[in-house]
Design a protein around this ligand. Structure first.
Ligand code: C5P
Length: 218
């Protein structure tokens, strides 16, 4: 029988990473950041000079990079062909291109298979956009985290030096539109998911609410 799986989906800046890591730590579970895997794929494509405007070129080459994701909530690690890319995948060029790469069905098929392998026997918190809908529909608890567009942009610009709330809000709106309107596995709330609006809550409050939902279902 599969152990506990917490699926944490939602748009960018809704607090998925901090909440997921906090929940994993509190319960002694593993943690998987699936967004980091799409970012790693994008980093590799950019490095290879693949034209991101050409989905066929992305599809043809997506099997080449060896993407290895760690599952330690205290030290999330991501490597491509042995190179530590945890820093580079957060850079603007990758963030700007990732939604286009993530919309290519061949990329999704490959990374979803890899994610299912890592989830394996469970005991893990998994964050992304399609965990409760596609990757692991049988998750013990499915959370859909939201927050107002302004709150999400404010949080993100506080993390990134030199970025304004307005610029963040625009960039995030663009990414959210691409993520929720793509044909393959768009961002949407899963059947049976609990929606948690974090606009007026602090991190500890959100983690406590998720822990309560987990306790209720286990
Ligand atoms: O979570 P993060 O913002 O790092 O994700 C980066 C991008 O990866 C998202 O904007 C989305 O395009 C893609 N993604 C996805 N499916 C997931 C996780 C991320 O399509 N499960």
């Amino acid at each position: 029988m599969t152990g506990l799986v917490v699926a944490m989906d939602g748009p960018s800046g809704s607090g998925k990473s901090s909440v997921s890591r906090g929940v994993a730590r509190a319960l002694g579970l593993r943690y998987l950041d699936t967004g980091a895997m799409y970012r790693a794929m994008t980093w590799w494509m950019l490095r290879q000079g693949v034209d991101l405007a050409d989905p066929a070129a992305i599809a043809a080459r997506c099997g080449e990079p060896g993407i290895v994701s760690g599952t330690d909530p205290d030290a999330p690690a991501i490597h491509v062909d042995g190179v530590d890319v945890a820093g580079p995948i957060r850079e603007a060029e990758v963030t700007g291109g990732v939604s286009v790469v993530a919309a290519v069905p061949e990329v999704r098929a490959l990374l979803v298979a890899l994610q299912r392998e890592i989830i394996g026997t469970g005991d893990i918190v998994v964050e992304g956009r399609d965990i409760g809908t596609v990757v692991w529909p049988d998750a013990t608890v499915k959370i859909y985290l939201t927050a107002s567009a302004e709150a999400r942009a404010r949080r993100r610009s506080a993390e990134l030096a030199g970025s304004t709330v307005e610029a963040q809000q625009q960039a995030m709106a663009r990414r959210d539109t691409l993520d929720s309107t793509r044909k393959t596995d768009p961002l949407s709330m899963a059947d049976g998911a609990v929606e948690l609006d974090t606009t007026a809550l602090n991190l500890e409050e959100v983690i406590a609410e998720v822990l309560r939902l987990v306790a209720e279902r286990t």
